[in-house]
Design a protein around this ligand. Sequence first.
Ligand SMILES: *[C@@H]1O[C@H](CO)[C@@H](O)[C@H](O)[C@H]1NC(C)=O
Ligand SMILES: *[C@@H]1O[C@H](CO)[C@@H](O)[C@H](O)[C@H]1NC(C)=O
Length: 271
Amino acid sequence: MAVGLASLMLMNCSFVRLSNQMNLEAAVETAAAFLNKSVKPVLVGGPKMRVAKACEAFVELADACGYPVAVMPSAKGLVPEHHSRFIGTYWGAVSTPFCAEIVESADAYLFAGPIFNDYSSVGYSLLLKKEKAIIVQPDRVVIGNGPAFGCVLMKDFLHALATRLKKNTAAYDNYSRIFVPQGEPLSSEPGEPLRVNILFKHIQKMLSGSSAVIAETGDSWFNCQKLKLPEGCGYEFQMQYGSIGWSVGATLGYAQAAKDKRVISFIGDGS
Ligand SMILES: *[C@@H]1O[C@H](CO)[C@@H](O)[C@H](O)[C@H]1NC(C)=O
Ligand SMILES: *[C@@H]1O[C@H](CO)[C@@H](O)[C@H](O)[C@H]1NC(C)=O
């Protein structure tokens, strides 16, 4: 006997890759109420947006809601850095300047596809509160300390939420008030040994939409994280384990798959 779609959905929503419409509607309505009543909400993109194929829906939401947009370090490359309200990488104490201040002082934040491990949470030191958070995973949404909605696909949720929020630029306005641009690294004197800060100044100028950056564990993580990615520039780095070596295979694989890109690997842990 054939198994009907409805019973398959009850068994496993991620298998059929469809949202349960009732759960989706309930999740969107509850999230909209939660975010609408907040004073200075923020959006943060996480690495699972990739498997959830939700990067476009995230941008739709970012465009519509007026909130500042930050990215988790392991999601760099999945959130457009040329977005008018992009505020950088949220990485606790090692965030882009002024980014953590805005995220951690918000009274509501939506994290799309986060992975909070020892690396991304800087040894579990993030000053986030669960009751202020909406956590959107590839097929599940949790709002504050509850409720949780299963069988809701991230891309459907973000897409629907984009049409249901009150526009609120308070947190971005705050950011604009406190933001001070970083100084330019000095130029090196003739004959002076090349320094990393000067090297990266030149690398920044080399990047374009047809480049891709692969960052190895260690110093390269931190230096590459500070690069401002032009539209279309690829970016890969992994935060699941800290051993070096990953980037060599990643570079070969990436270069095979993205033949139109100039792939630039950064290897070296600064020792
Ligand atoms: C949120 O605000 C928008 C825009 O004002 C409104 O259309 C929507 O009904 C509100 N939703 C909730 C649940 O408060
Ligand atoms: C941030 O925004 C809130 C709400 O608009 C306001 O009360 C607060 O003073 C602002 N903080 C800064 C640093 O501008």
